[in-house]
Design a protein around this ligand. Sequence first.
Ligand code: PGA
Length: 255
Amino acid sequence: MKKEKIIIANWKMKLGLAETVKLSLEMKEKFSEFKKGEIVVCPNFISLLPVKKALQDSRIKTGAQDSFWEARGAYTGEISPDLLIEAGCDYVIIGHSERRQYLLLNYEIIHRELRAVLNTNKLTPIVCIGESLTEKKEGQSDRVIFEQLQQALTGIEFIEDQQIVIAYEPIWAIGTDKVATPAEVAYAHKIIRLTINDMFGIHVANHNFRIVYGGSVSSKNVHDFIGVENVDGFLVGGASLDADEFYKIAKTFTK
Ligand code: PGA
């Protein structure tokens, strides 16, 4: 089955509210003639509603950068998947390495968050995995990828066409300008693909999963990933803060 490519912008906490809306309007303009592939922007929580409004009549979808595992209750500061749906989100990033690093998020929590998202059957999770520099140097990358997938996904049951995006984001490549080589990405994505095949069977793996790469992707290196097996798109941080740059990435990869 040929899957639609997907290019996701992760704006992190890099922009204010007005800047976020401005960038959304620029994106809307840039992508007005864009027909191929899925485009998603993930602003900060408080910008979700105005961004949704700014992107009205555009193909660009919105996603959040995190969500909590309970639907409602005494959880100060948290946002549930249902709230994200009400805010018009189609996607949500789960387990980004910056949250793993600064908020000590682990894969047990990531698993709970993922389940809560899947239970809504209305949001597509973008589950982040990837090894640190030390783990890479110690030759542990394969094991780490395998274990993170197992911990995040074990016991998940699929409701019909429920989609999951796995984002392979080696921590050493995020925001560092040290993009992984196409060979490294092909190798890691192969491991991801084989692990998912093993866990869910080939049909579900092909039908319900897409695998994207993230880590210093830009218009200068995106060409290198064209035709690399098991790369269905990108999660783009720094380079997604410029509408023209992000458009170039999307255009080049979906050609
Ligand atoms: P980067 O970030 O493109 O700036 O490396 C990617 C990410 O953190 O998702």
